[in-house]
Design a protein around this ligand. Structure first.
Ligand code: NAI
Ligand code: MG
Length: 329
């Protein structure tokens, strides 16, 4: 049978990594499933979103998205943040797993549950004067409860024994205080899961010093954004870090990385982060066999130093890497 999925190509390296992902998913489904995807493809130019895109997302409820450039300082607001807020995609789930050798001997297998709709990303800034700007950090009990519940439900599913909540409630006593208090309250409903509390600056240091101590992390929007790039750096870089934006009835899958203008259009990007986001999408659709086949093929290709992309010290271009994964399937 056929299912329609929205594909937002993105810009910069977006079209390269999302194109690679599309061909690998198509190949895997052909081999391992009766399902076929009818991709509804969209380009976003100059921050302009079309009614047709909204309609596609609202009908299909599942999308893969390439990264989209956001101008720094003045200019349009982030399309990424806009879509997460518009569709209340409250959980940004970011798994980080060591699949190639790194500077760490220990295993690294963690997942960050980042609150995805508020915090400092509410984008509310007040110009008091040209020399004085105030930004609002929005924290609500309901959004904090949703992200905490998502994290604890995930812990139950994995049989995990602890969750680390990352905060700065020592300084932001009200905002992060409410977040922490809400996570503690949710934790009480999950007596088999221990809640470990950690302040964000210490967390950054702990992640670098001993990443194996982390399993599931739950945190606010900004800390989750920063710590997930840090975590990607532990396992080989942004080219390897996928994510899922999950809401009540919609899910958008995208790599953690941005549009990488420094390497865009040169067939140099590592598509793994986007492909693994596609794997998360297939799991979301219940297509476990195809998901597993792609994971195995990627792992096998990445296992050889010479069949990696340049960011990982290899020599393959984006398209050669894509072909290698498809061949391996
Ligand atoms: P970036 O993630 O695009 O790039 C950071 C560094 O990592 C660069 O050196 C880049 O070449 C490298 N890199 C990233 N992805 C890679 C890949 N797949 N393969 C190989 N190397 C890779 O971050 P940056 O430069 O801070 O942001 C660029 C633009 O992307 C900005 O406009 C930003 O707003 C946007 N952005 C969009 C996101 C989204 O659409 N969800 C997320 C993050 C940033
Ligand atoms: Mg980010």
């Amino acid at each position: 049978f056929i299912v329609k999925i929205t594909l937002i190509k993105g810009d910069g390296i977006g079209p390269e990594v999302s194109g690679s992902t599309r061909s690998i998913i198509d190949a895997a489904l052909e081999l391992h499933s009766d399902l076929k995807i009818d991709w509804e493809v969209f380009n976003i130019v100059d921050g302009q979103l079309s009614e047709a895109l909204f309609k596609s997302l609202e009908t299909n409820k599942v999308a893969i998205k390439g990264p989209i450039t956001t101008p720094i300082g003045f200019g349009f607001k982030s399309i990424n943040v806009f879509l997460r807020q518009k569709y209340n995609l409250y959980a940004n789930v970011r798994p980080i797993k060591k699949i190639i050798p790194t500077r760490y001997d220990e295993s690294i297998d963690l997942v960050i549950f980042r609150e995805n709709t508020e915090g400092l990303y509410a984008g509310i800034e007040h110009v008091i004067s040209e020399d004085h700007i105030v930004a609002e950090k929005v924290t609500t009990r309901s959004a904090s409860m949703k992200i905490a519940t998502a994290a604890f439900e995930h812990a139950l599913k994995l049989n995990a024994s602890k969750i680390t909540v990352v905060h700065k409630a020592n300084i932001l006593k009200q905002c992060d205080g409410l977040f922490l208090e809400t996570v503690r309250a949710v934790a009480k409903k999950y007596p088999t899961v221990e809640l470990v509390e950690m302040i964000v600056d210490n967390t950054a240091m702990q992640m670098v010093m001993k990443p194996s101590q982390f399993g599931i992390i739950v945190t606010t929007n900004l800390y989750g954004d920063i710590l997930s790039d840090l975590a990607a750096g532990l396992i080989g870089g942004l080219g390897l870090a996928p994510s899922a934006n999950i809401g009540e009835d919609m899910a958008i899958f995208e790599p953690v990385h941005g549009s990488a203008p420094d390497i865009a259009g040169q067939n140099l990007a590592n598509p793994t982060a986007c492909i693994l986001s596609g794997v998360l999408m297939l799991e979301h659709l219940g297509e476990m066999k195809a998901a597993q086949a792609i994971t195995q093929a990627i792992t096998a290709v990445l296992d050889h130093a010479d069949t990696r992309t340049k960011d990982l010290g290899g020599t393959l271009t984006t398209s050669e890497f894509t072909d290698a994964v498809i061949k391996r399937l």
